[in-house]
Design a protein around this ligand. Structure first.
Ligand code: EPU
Length: 335
């Protein structure tokens, strides 16, 4: 049986809706199928999940394997916690719904993040006061070179802000097949993020996982474009970290600048504010644009190419460097 499709269009497999092709494409739904495909392949390889954090700048000359390993099953349980094993191909937001519908806590603030479960450890997804690293117990992956399964404990993943070992040292070396999450039966109720507590108040709802996920979904729907309606990959840049000294200097010039203290000497700056304050919110070159409500999100209005979006990103970076002397780093992976 030949699983491979040739010169396959990726338009429906990347949330920027870029019209690029890959030389070979195949889906796998089990470890056996993955093993077969890996043995057969001799081309450059890319594993695709939801395609919600990738910018294709040209056609992909190689093999793209689409991870479709699914399933959510509880494998351990005690009075306080459950451990749940989730297939990398499950939609992240479906897993969040499963968790809140069963009244577990740990990922409710991460509702509505696009993409698949297998991608969540790679960039340690985070939003509204929660990061997935605080819930991941283990990551199970297949090493591409040896076709062998390896388990990574939480500490082995070297999680940081939008970073992990899978984005650095082990980039393109492993294929994540399952993630084990430790969810709590008691409610974490993280509402420290102002928007979340305000939304709960507005809805006249108490804090619990289900209500928090509803509040977060409302906030996201108001601020962030739905990739199904307007193609985008969420935040295009990371929020940069600068020294306190540099922050104080900038604050004199820009009293409104938004920064969060992350350690004694380090401040994380809201890149969305930097771009917005530079007058670039809603800025557009052809079909590539800066979103009108959230300047950290770049969008494709229809026929932008990956190069058009990258060009827009370069212009933004240049302007931010000129105005604030801050170098923005991409959050999205450029292919
Ligand atoms: N802001 C502006 N103008 C803008 C955008 C933002 O002034 O155009 C201000 C906001 O008013 C707010 C601050 O900047 O005071 C931060 O904005 P926001 O709360 O929207 O969050 P963010 O820092 O821009 C991060 C994540 C998002 C996540 C939100 C919510 C990164 C790179 N992005 O964005 O994650 O949803 O926090 O927690 O860390 C993603 O990674 O794709 C993503 C969407």
């Amino acid at each position: 049986m030949n699983y491979l499709k040739k010169n396959f269009s990726l338009k429906n497999y990347n949330s920027f809706k870029l019209d690029v092709t890959t030389s070979n494409f195949a889906k796998f739904s089990s470890l056996e199928q993955l093993n077969y495909l890996l043995k057969k392949n001799n081309k450059k390889l890319l594993i695709l999940g939801g395609g919600s954090n990738l910018l294709f700048t040209k056609n992909f000359e190689g093999t793209i394997l689409y991870n479709n390993i699914c399933g959510i099953s509880i494998i351990k349980e005690n009075k306080q916690h459950i451990t749940v094993k989730v297939g990398a191909g499950e939609l992240w937001d479906n897993f969040v719904s499963w968790s809140v519908n069963n009244n577990y806590s740990g990922i409710e603030n991460l509702a509505l993040i696009p993409g698949n479960v297998g991608a969540c450890p790679i960039q340690n997804i985070g939003a509204y006061g929660m990061e997935v690293k605080d819930t991941i117990e283990k990551v199970i992956a297949v090493e591409i070179k040896s076709n062998k399964i390896k388990e990574f404990k939480n500490v082995d993943c070297k999680f940081k802000y939008r970073e992990s070992i899978f984005k650095k040292k082990l980039k393109n070396k492993y294929i994540i097949t399952h993630v084990l999450f430790k969810l709590s039966k008691s409610h974490l109720n993280i509402t420290s993020y102002g928007d979340v507590s305000n939304e709960l108040k507005k809805l006249k709802l108490d804090a619990n996982p289900k209500n928090i996920s509803l509040a977060v979904s409302n906030i996201r729907n108001k601020k962030l474009p739905n990739p199904k309606q307007l193609a985008n990959c969420g935040s295009f840049f990371k929020n940069p970290t600068i020294t306190r000294q540099k922050f104080e200097k900038l604050k004199k010039k820009f009293p409104e600048i938004i920064g969060y203290q992350i350690s004694e000497q380090k401040i994380k700056i809201a890149a969305g504010w930097l771009i917005d304050n530079a007058g670039m919110k809603g800025y557009r070159i052809g079909d590539a644009g800066v979103h009108k409500n959230q300047a950290l999100v770049l969008v494709n209005y229809g026929n932008a190419s990956g190069k058009d979006i990258l060009n827009l990103a370069k212009i933004i970076k240049k302007k931010i460097k000129e105005i604030y002397n801050i170098e923005l780093e991409n959050e999205v992976t450029i292919i």
